[in-house]
Design a protein around this ligand. Structure first.
Ligand SMILES: C[S@@+](CC[C@H](N)C(=O)[O-])C[C@H]1O[C@@H](n2cnc3c(N)ncnc32)[C@H](O)[C@@H]1O
Length: 222
């Protein structure tokens, strides 16, 4: 068995630690004994961007916010499905994750940070939602799901207050997309209570195989 090679460590604001390791061409980011990301499973992360942007119907001069960067698959899918006049901001809480993308694994998703349509916001995506909007699409994959398993500070993004902030900072017809490792009927109900038109989609982790992940596409209709 080939051993994992340690590449780097980062402290997440709030205290947890992220560890980046590599084995052959496979990369893994773990936190506190739990795998946050593996480079072999990224199908549902890509569908988040592809299906989210399709729901915008090809509007021009789109402003798209993605949180967070991770291994860059959602960002790559957004680039591949956005027009040339789009502007995409990727918000990433951990500065080292941005460095790792540039130094170690940018090739996994075709070096998305090199695309001139992309700008990086190093910080909490909640602050980018409020401070840098309005957005045509906000695509959130910052945690295991709306229950903020990895980082309790992320709960506020998925709370009623967080969802209303996202809605307030979306353009009319704009889309809030949310990724989750599991279904969450309470969250679906909360999105509806916030006045979004909600679609819930279930996608296999590697598209044709793997456990099912849940995506929500919540449209601001008024
Ligand atoms: C599961 S990964 C995202 C994977 C990504 N969709 C991809 O395609 O590779 C979650 C990322 O969100 C970042 N993150 C966590 N909480 C955040 C927050 N509140 N604001 C911005 N980034 C955050 C983590 O550091 C991590 O890089």
């Amino acid at each position: 068995m080939i051993p994992w090679e340690f590449l780097g460590e980062a402290v997440v604001p709030g205290g947890d630690t992220l560890r980046l390791t590599k084995r052959n061409d496979e990369f893994s980011i773990r936190t506190e004994g739990y795998e946050l990301m593996n480079s072999r499973a990224h199908g549902s992360e890509e569908v988040l961007a592809k299906d989210g942007l399709q729901r915008l119907g090809g509007r021009s001069d789109c402003r798209i916010l993605i949180g967070g960067l991770g291994m860059g698959y959602t960002l790559r899918a957004a680039l591949d499905n956005a027009r040339e006049d789009a502007a995409i901001t990727v918000a990433e809480l951990v500065p080292e994750v941005v460095e790792w993308n540039r130094e170690h694994y940018g090739h996994l998703a075709g070096h998305p940070l090199k695309d001139p349509r992309v700008s990086v916001f190093v910080g909490d995506v909640g602050n980018a939602i409020k401070g840098e909007g309005p957005w045509d699409a906000i695509l959130l994959d910052v945690d295991n799901g709306p229950d903020g398993l990895t980082r309790s500070g992320n709960d506020r993004l998925y709370s009623k207050r967080g969802l209303l902030s996202a809605k307030q900072n979306l353009t009319p017809g704009g889309i809030l997309g949310v990724w989750s490792a599991h279904a969450d009927p309470v969250f679906t109900k909360r999105l509806k209570e916030c006045g979004f038109a909600v679609e819930e989609v279930h996608v296999k982790a590697r598209l044709k195989r793997g456990g099912k992940h849940t995506l929500w596409f919540a449209k601001k209709t008024k």
